[in-house]
Design a protein around this ligand. Structure first.
Ligand code: ZN
Length: 233
């Protein structure tokens, strides 16, 4: 099982770790700053370097038993088990994911409908809402911009599964239930705006989202509106 340093501090750009296994071109480590694909957020990319080598990490995914696999570029020589490696993130890409991800929470708080799907990338992101109404793009855009300017604090805390069961209204996403079986669930709180289970990487305050623009609103069925957002900078 890989210790998930990004859960407690999403701003870590670098760490040292020890290789615990190598399978094909994927390296698992005892701890990592690399976020693995999940919850609509892409796996991180970056680099591993060690005494006599280095390799690009082109994707990060969960393996078996809670191990996090750092997928090396094709043809790269992998470090041997037991090697201490230095991990560095492609920070610009990850930071855009954090801005997008946090903006998604804001969008979900502006449009109070069930969320049936979503996807984040550095270029554009989308949320699918269980709604029949038309989306007033201008009003939604203004509400988002206001939440950014208000600079709400963002924080995480853990609750037990029993506490979550007692507050089912915390789970707004209809398609994605929080992962169970670990005994506790991670809650993401945007002060005064949003509170829901989430395991992704977020900003520390909404002001860092910066300029965000509502893109296309697509009708994906009678009760499904897909809202796209872009970062303007
Ligand atoms: Zn989140």
């Amino acid at each position: 099982m890989t210790e998930e340093l990004f859960r407690e501090d999403s701003y870590l750009r670098e760490c040292d770790a020890t290789v615990t296994a190598v399978v094909d071109n994927a390296v698992s480590l005892d701890r990592t700053i690399f976020y693995p694909l999940g919850g609509g957020q892409p796996g991180d990319t970056g680099a591993l370097s060690w005494d006599d080598g280095q390799a690009r990490v082109v994707d990060t995914r969960y393996g078996d038993g809670g191990a996090i696999l750092h997928v090396l570029e094709e043809g790269a020589a992998a470090p041997a088990e037991g090697t201490v490696v230095n991990c560095t993130l492609d920070w610009d890409r990850r930071y855009r994911h954090m801005r997008m991800h946090t903006a998604m929470h804001l969008l979900g708080s502006v449009l109070q409908y069930g969320v049936t799907g979503g996807n984040i990338s550095a270029e554009k992101s989308r949320l699918d809402f269980d709604m029949e109404d038309t989306v007033d793009k201008e009003a939604v855009g203004e509400a988002l911009a206001r939440l950014v300017v208000e600079d709400h604090a963002v924080s995480c805390r853990w609750i037990t599964e029993e506490e979550l069961d007692a507050q089912p209204e915390l789970v707004r996403t209809m398609s994605v239930q929080p992962p169970r079986g670990k005994g506790s669930v991670r809650l993401l709180e945007i002060e005064g705006v949003d509170l829901q289970p989430c395991g992704g990487t977020h900003l520390k305050s909404t002001g860092e989202v910066g300029a965000v623009r509502i893109g296309k609103v697509e009708k994906k069925g009678r009760r499904n509106r897909r809202v796209n957002i872009h970062l303007d900078d």
